[in-house]
Design a protein around this ligand. Structure first.
Ligand code: HEM
Length: 243
């Protein structure tokens, strides 16, 4: 468990540093934040999307934290759902910032691979939240449905996190190409000005955060112990408990 806590602390630190870097990038190099249809409004987009990614990663880890294992499963499910709802709210604000800026500046919507992957993952994440709520939190949901849906929910939770890091990295790259290769830039992207350096480091740290989260999910010995496994046969176990 010591190693778990080291990796977990590292992931918390990485997440925090990523959010600080994205604020610093947009404050120092992109003019700061406003909600007025200008480029300053767009700056909410990377901030909200990176924060969404970090919160989403932490929401997934709720069941892995050893100090939560004595809590009831219902409390853990509620915390997981609330954190993911907070993450979804950030994603929606981030999308509104990007669409608002594009519409005000008469820039076409949804033309890049970044926007396709990004838009798709926000829609899919919302559906996953809704299905999770209906299956795991509604008391009337049948047990067979919970058992059948659980593995699908876990698989797609990790897959959507992977889509989110893909959207973040492609978004950072696209933004750097737009602003550093544009007419207002004195040093092009290929000469690696300090802004590009900072944003590239942000991308690498996001990747390290993703690695730490997926590593904690992958390690079987760091999973929340199932109270029934010691007394029930392997065959019946998946249908019981954990839901
Ligand atoms: C989970 C993360 C992200 C998602 C889901 C996402 C989603 C989107 C979507 C749907 C659009 C299209 C808006 C429109 O067509 O009006 C967009 C645009 C854009 N995003 Fe992101 N984004 C994410 C992260 C980022 C990050 C971290 C940056 C870094 C600066 C970024 C930079 C951009 C840029 C430059 C555009 C405008 C060009 C375009 O439409 O491709 N995005 N994003």
């Amino acid at each position: 468990m010591k190693i778990f806590y080291v990796v977990y602390s590292l992931s918390l630190l990485l997440g925090l540093i990523c959010v600080i870097i994205v604020i610093a990038w947009n404050t120092c190099y992109r003019g700061g934040f406003a909600w007025d249809g200008t480029a300053k409004m767009f700056n909410w987009h990377p901030l909200c999307m990176v924060s969404w990614f970090v919160l989403y990663g932490n929401a997934i880890l709720v069941y892995r934290l050893p100090f939560t294992w004595s809590s009831s499963k219902m409390i853990l499910k509620l915390v997981h759902a609330i954190l993911n709802l907070g993450a979804l709210t950030l994603a929606v604000i981030g999308l509104l910032a990007a669409f608002g800026f594009h519409n005000k500046m008469h820039i076409p919507n949804l033309y890049s691979i970044h926007s396709w992957v990004g838009f798709a993952v926000v829609i899919l994440f919302s559906l996953q939240w809704l299905l999770g709520f209906l299956s795991f939190l509604l008391p009337c949901a049948p047990l067979w449905l919970r058992a059948a849906y659980k593995d699908v929910h876990v698989f797609f939770g990790i897959f959507f996190l992977t889509m989110t890091i893909a959207a973040c990295l492609s978004g950072i790259n696209e933004k750097l190409i737009f602003v550093l290769n544009g007419a207002n830039s004195s040093v092009p992207y290929k000469e690696l000005p300090p802004e590009a350096y900072l944003a590239n480091v942000l991308g690498i740290l996001l990747l390290c955060f993703f690695l730490s989260v997926t590593w904690m999910l992958y390690k079987r010995e760091w999973k929340r112990p199932n109270p029934h496994t010691s007394v029930l046969s392997e065959a019946t176990e998946p249908l019981l408990s954990e839901h």
